[in-house]
Design a protein around this ligand. Structure first.
Ligand code: GLN
Length: 206
């Protein structure tokens, strides 16, 4: 798993959301991380994290900052990308309970439902085992999170909620170099998902 380059730079899409937390998690995981707000900044990164936040706002700002097409093209070209929560929604090819005008970047053939866990349950925590991430189940924090309702052929399910009322729901997926989680590893200090992604970026660059 760790045969790739280590001198890679990972961007965090810095339009809205928990940008600082991802920059901090990536740096703590040993990666070089930079905020990305402009197309020129996107050109200089080897991989991109799309943070948690609010996907409808991120969608609007992606247009204002003229980043939608550049990001879409880089993802199509194989740039590794990781989306958490709102970032997962931005990577989905289909969104249920979205705003009619919200648009993402694509990258993962999946249907996600926004705010899927129910309006009463704004946030909750649950154990999740993730394929390819060694160690004990992830202590996953969900905040008005989506879940994945359907995946297309070629999409690997990496994790499901393993206990509680939402047990069995798909919350981590990967298609090629695109990875998404419905939860927020950037908030818990558990760096395993960020390390996993940094290794993927290194392999893709190597
Ligand atoms: N509900 C938010 C959205 O639709 C996602 C929440 C989050 O990222 N914590 O974008």
């Amino acid at each position: 798993m760790s045969a790739g380059r280590t001198d890679v730079t990972i961007g965090v899409l810095a339009l809205q959301g928990d940008v600082r937390e991802h920059l901090h998690a990536l740096t703590s995981a040993g990666a070089t991380a930079r905020p990305v707000r402009r197309p020129e900044e996107l050109e200089r990164v080897d991989g991109l994290v799309i943070p948690g936040g609010e996907s409808t706002t991120m969608s609007k700002l992606a247009d204002v900052f003229e980043l939608r097409e550049p990001i879409r093209k880089r993802i199509e070209g194989g740039m590794p990308v990781y989306g958490s929560c709102a970032g997962m929604i931005m990577l989905a090819t289909e969104v249920l309970d979205g705003r009619p005008d919200q648009q993402g970047f694509g990258g993962i053939g999946m249907t996600v439902r926004r705010n899927a866990f129910g309006r009463q349950v704004d946030s909750f925590e649950a154990p999740v085992e993730i394929t390819g991430v060694p160690g004990p189940p992830f202590h996953a924090v969900f905040i008005r999170a989506p879940w994945v309702e359907r995946v297309a052929d070629g999409v690997e399910v990496l994790g499901r909620v393993s206990a509680g009322p939402a047990a069995g729901r798909i919350v981590a997926v990967r298609q090629g170099n695109a990875v998404a989680t419905a939860f927020h590893p950037e908030l818990t200090g558990d760096l395993r998902v960020h390390r996993y992604f940094a290794e993927l970026v290194g392999e893709a660059a190597g």
